[in-house]
Design a binder for this molecule. Sequence first.
Ligand code: SAH
Length: 251
Amino acid sequence: MVHFVGAGPGAPDLITLRGAELLKAADVVIYAGSLVNPALLELAEPECAIFNSAEMTLEEVLAVMFQAEAEGKAVVRLHTGDPCLYGAIREQMDALDEKGIPYDDTPGVSSFCGAAAALGAEFTLPGVSQSVIITRLAGRTPVPEAERLASLAGHGASMALFLSAGMLGQVQAELLQGAYTSDTPAALVYKATWPDEKVVRCTVGTLEEAGVREGIHKTALVLVGGFLGGTYERSRLYDPSFTTEFRKGTS
Ligand code: SAH
């Protein structure tokens, strides 16, 4: 059995209880070495075999899984944040399906949530935005033409950009082709929830400059939108006059 597990954004106590139990019971752990906090590996038993997938191809990862399955061992495939975002899990799952190897998936705290926590921010502020666009700039992995950053930026929604901190000049230029202005609040969050976390507030117009100044070009998220600003409307749900299934409002 292979367990895909979300490691969370960095702090070792942000893995789920289920994820931690699976790690403790694992015979083999394959972890995404570039971004998973190695402190999590201490949860595994000393005799557990540990592999760093940063140095492996998909074929090598699968070979480890197939071998472990043949020996009746429990495998944890530990991905950073939540495995469902930029995790390349689908190709692993399809290969396991082909071999009839069972697997499950334990979610984790994605880094975009860790970054919002670091900022004390809410993506979905009434009167500002009710949507979060999770995207990236094209790098070696292309982005479909219909999802070009400049075109997604047309919505002016709250946005979390992964895998793009090394291209802040282009991020800034494309965002400005959309509904954001150079004054729109933005932030760079480097290694959210790690001990060396860095939070830099700026604006869309100063993103590139802030990245250069702070030396941030990888392992960071770019957050953009009015939700990082000062104005919003208070919630209807908690308004004294609002009646819900659970509470009678004052008229
Ligand atoms: N599955 C992961 C994302 C993996 S893609 C998740 O849910 O978070 C790798 C990218 O995620 C990095 O380039 C960076 O943009 C972002 N990232 C991952 N961990 C991060 C962290 N702790 N702080 C800031 N960004 C992070």
